[in-house]
Every structure is written in structure tokens, then in C-alpha cells.
Write a new protein. Structure first.
Length: 250
């Protein structure tokens, strides 16, 4: 589904058939790739994984570095979500998820209230946030390559504004949050997730951090591909808990 004129401005939709009484959460998933490569098509296995579990899944694409820099990528994922909601006005329980650079973009979807208002997105329909090896604190990225990726993505003078951890404040932390990271991640340091969660836990206890031992950066995406693995339970249990909270709210 296209939401703009650029060939990267599209999303893939996986929508299983369900009765009205069986409607599950929608997973709005943002792909990784260091902001300069990747696409929904390359992450189709993620859409298929959640589809098999009965979840409607939106795989959002966005324009890429170096032709486009911050905040283009953030604006694009907001546009994609806004387009999906307009076409599906009855959707009211979206879990926003992202992998690697997509984790940074997903954090903006959930915590950037100025852009939520700009794009007419009611934050009450966002029920949970999942980051898989996400770039959640730029200043905790220690590898040379990760620093290059960030430098290519955002101009130096805008780093503080772009950095997801700086989106957190007392009024914003009000939904379930899960961060998953490998302790052997040589690209995006595990401390990016630890730092983010630590700041949230100072404000709200409704958060989870799962650190997977001996897992590299690419290993964690396997939790939501194919048949998954033994750690996939973390994500599926989290989603079910979010849905249980939604039932309590009714």
C-alpha cells in the first residue's frame, strides 16, 4: 500500500481473517537497516510470522539515507501509520515495534506527542512498544560503525532532539514497554536498551528488559521470523499481556 509518491513510501499489510470476537492487536513493525537500507519486502518473514499467530501486521517502509536524512524517516513512518488508520478507522489497539534503526523510529511513533498531534494520531490507540536491538540512546552506541550510521542519519546539531531517550518524560510513560537486546551485539551496544529502560523505570514500572546471552545484532530478529525460537515467547507473552490489559480497560 502506497502512502506517498516515493517508491520507498509504502507498507505491506498482512491481515488474517478473524471474526469480530477474535480480533487481535495490530503489529505496526518498522524495519532496520541503519536508516540507509532495508525495506518491508526484505522483512516479509516478520509479517508472515505474526500473521500465522493471528495478528494483523503492517510493515512500514520509509525513505532512506543518504538521499534523505532526519527527520524524513520519522515523518514517513508517521505518514504510513496515519494512512493505515484512515483506511482502518476502527483499529484501536496497535502495538508499535521496530528492529535496530526501526526501534528508534518506533520510539518516536510512541513518545513523540508533537508529531502524533501533527498527523492526527490518537495516542490512546497505541497499546504497547517493542524494541528489538533498537537504537534507543545514541550516546551509548560505542562501535565505530554505529557512530557513522548516526552521523549519516542526523546532523550534529539535531542529535539531542532525535535521540529517543530524550523523548521520555513523566507524562509520556503510560504504556507497556519491552526492549530485547543481545549482550554480544557488536553493532548497537546493549547499553542503548539498558539506558532507555533505566530512565523509564525511574518514572514507571510497567517495563521489561530481556537481554539474550551470546546473541549478536542479527540474532534477535530471528525471534519474529520463520518458526521463531525459544526466546520468541518473550514477545508473544508481552503481546498477550498487552491484550489482557486492553480487556481490563473495557
Amino acid at each position: 500500500m502506497k502512502y506517498g509518491e516515493n517508491r520507498k513510501q509504502y507498507y505491506k499489510l498482512y491481515q488474517p481473517y478473524t471474526s469480530l470476537n477474535e480480533i487481535k492487536s495490530t503489529i505496526f513493525f518498522i524495519h532496520g537497516g541503519g536508516w540507509w537500507h532495508g525495506s518491508p519486502s526484505l522483512y516479509s518473514s516478520v509479517g508472515k510470522y505474526f500473521y500465522k499467530m493471528g495478528y494483523t501486521t503492517v510493515l512500514a517502509g520509509y525513505r532512506l539515507v543518504p538521499a534523505y536524512r532526519y527527520p524524513t524517516q520519522i515523518e514517513d513512518v508517521f505518514l504510513a501509520l496515519s494512512n493505515f488508520i484512515k483506511i482502518n478507522p476502527n483499529v484501536n489497539n496497535i502495538i508499535v515495534a521496530g528492529y535496530s534503526a526501526g526501534g528508534e523510529l518506533a520510539a518516536h511513533i510512541v513518545f513523540d506527542h508533537e508529531r502524533q498531534e501533527k498527523y492526527g494520531i490518537n495516542p490512546s490507540i497505541l497499546k504497547g512498544f517493542i524494541s528489538i536491538s533498537g537504537v534507543l540512546d545514541f550516546f551509548k552506541c560505542s562501535s565505530t560503525y554505529s557512530k557513522i550510521l548516526i552521523r549519516n542519519y542526523v546532523y550534529k546539531g539535531k542529535v539531542d532532539k532525535a535521540n529517543p531517550i530524550n523523548l521520555i518524560n513523566n507524562k509520556e510513560v503510560d504504556i507497556p514497554i519491552m526492549c530485547i537486546h543481545g549482550d554480544s551485539d557488536s553493532l548497537i551496544d546493549v547499553n542503548t536498551s539498558i539506558s532507555f529502560i533505566d530512565k523509564i523505570q525511574n518514572l514507571d514500572e510497567n517495563t521489561l528488559l530481556k537481554i539474550i546471552k551470546k546473541a549478536e545484532h542479527e540474532d534477535t530478529i530471528e525471534l519474529v521470523r520463520g518458526e521463531g525460537n525459544k526466546y520468541s515467547k518473550y514477545i508473544l507473552d508481552f503481546i498477550k499481556e498487552v491484550e489482557n490489559l486492553k480487556e481490563v480497560e473495557r
